[in-house]
Write a protein that binds this ligand. Structure first.
Ligand SMILES: [Zn+2]
Length: 434
């Protein structure tokens, strides 16, 4: 089902032409209102919106890093110098949990919030959920942008049942009594629930839930991991992805499960770069690299060529669902990437290879780099948890090691540990121990 068929199925070239006009207006707005970009672009040799050119020239402009924005925050301007709107125009301020302690603030005007919800609703509607159905959600949105994603369920016309994070009993009871057709949660929590419900004898497979919508971390699109979730839930699993500074659930997967469509088309422009060099990569079928996003009509705090740190694989072949434009699947966070003797290794890709050994393994892994930093000397230690009741098996460890070598071209050391040894998460999983 398409929420907005005219937009969702618009020929991509037509979309890019519309985006070009939006982009040039956004550039003019940045030069007029953004102290941050006026300075950054002028220093880079682009003293005006005209000099910065068209959307097809965007790769010549500098990238924006999260730390650059943070560095401009002061007690007098806690949001940063990229703030473009007057205080009276701001209707919402979300925050991200910065690793350094001080949160980063994300301001929105009424139009920004409306665009966020519209894009998110298109992304989630791609999963097949439809008006009149019930969805139980487990996000404790609190200060976080996920709160706006919840509004997109209202937009689609769903009956929304929020139960919050970490209250598994409440969630199971809601599924039993209220019989929702769908649920939205992180892939880690979805996996955790499969284990928890089987422990207490609740028949998750036989429940009313037909669709599991996962977001918040990579994993939902990894075939083996997804197969485990679908088996455990007896339901169709699709994923969505956003990034706090740009927008929530910008991308959402359709029932073809072949990458996420850009629900936020018209609001956001996507590019691909090589994370090592920052060089532009072609957004073409089979390509992969770090996703870079640009706001096209943001008012409160527009960002230009923002590095998301999400490493994605791209599909551009026509999708049978009728939605146009490139699709992406998140392979992992650039920040989690390790380089083992010149080969890029994502912990989520390691989990994907290991998960194919189910039902002998639980699907939980932990990569334990032997040294600080990105570059690692082989073998890369990988802790693999066995399935419940399974015992130490040298042949299994060897088979996993061999599979990691053939699929990811990485020499690993595989340590099998009993079921229950690795920490479970009710929100997002940690796959690397630093
Ligand atoms: Zn599709």
């Amino acid at each position: 089902m398409m929420l907005d068929p005219e937009v969702d199925s618009r020929p991509w070239e037509e979309q890019l032409a519309l985006d070009d006009a939006s982009y040039r207006a956004q550039l003019a707005y940045l030069f007029e209102r953004s102290a941050f970009y006026r300075e950054k672009l002028t220093v880079a040799g682009f003293p005006s919106a005209e000099a910065a050119g068209r959307l097809t020239d965007i790769a010549q402009l500098p990238l924006t890093e999260k730390q650059e924005l943070r560095a401009t925050c002061t007690p007098a301007n806690p949001i940063g110098t990229h703030l473009c709107a007057a205080p009276s125009e701001i209707v919402r301020i979300y925050s991200t949990s910065g690793t350094t302690g001080t949160p980063s603030y994300i301001p929105l005007t009424a139009t920004d919030l409306e665009d966020w919800v519209t894009g998110s609703a298109r992304s989630y509607a791609a999963s097949g959920i439809a008006a009149g159905q019930r969805i139980v959600t487990t996000y404790n949105a609190g200060p976080f942008v996920a709160g706006a994603a919840l509004a997109s369920f209202d937009r689609i016309g769903l009956c929304h049942i929020p139960v919050g994070t970490g209250n598994t009993e409440r969630l199971i009871t809601a599924i039993e009594l209220l019989k929702p057709e769908a649920t939205a949660l992180t892939p880690s929590y979805a996996a955790h629930l499969v284990e928890r419900t089987s422990e207490r004898g609740f028949d998750l497979r036989g429940s009313s839930v037909e669709r599991v919508l996962v977001a918040g971390e990579p994993g939902g699109g990894e075939p083996s991991f997804r197969a485990q979730l679908e088996e455990g839930w007896g339901a169709h699993v699709t994923e969505a992805m956003g990034i706090g500074d740009i927008g929530i659930s910008l991308w959402g997967e359709c029932e073809e499960q072949d990458g996420m469509h850009l629900g936020a088309r018209g609001f956001v422009h996507a590019e691909l770069i090589d994370p090592e060099t920052g060089n532009e990569l072609e957004l073409e079928d089979g390509g992969s690299g770090e996703l870079v996003l640009t706001h096209l009509r943001s008012q409160a705090a527009p960002l230009l060529r923002f590095r998301t740190r999400d490493h994605v694989a791209v599909r551009t072949s026509p999708c049978p669902c009728g939605r146009t434009g490139p699709r992406v699947r998140c392979i992992g966070r650039t920040d989690d990437m390790l380089i083992v003797r010149g080969v890029n290794v994502f912990p989520s890709a390691v989990r994907e290879v290991v998960s194919a050994f189910a039902p002998q393994v639980s699907g939980h892994i932990l990569v334990k780099p032997r040294s600080a930093g990105v570059k690692q000397e082989p073998p890369l230690p990988v802790v693999v948890e066995l399935a419940r009741g399974a015992t130490e098996d040298a042949a299994l460890a060897e088979a996993i090691r061999e599979k990691l070598r053939s699929v990811l071209v990485v020499q690993a050391r595989v340590d099998l540990v009993p079921w229950g040894s690795l920490r479970r998460s009710e929100y997002k999983s940690t796959l690397v121990e630093r």
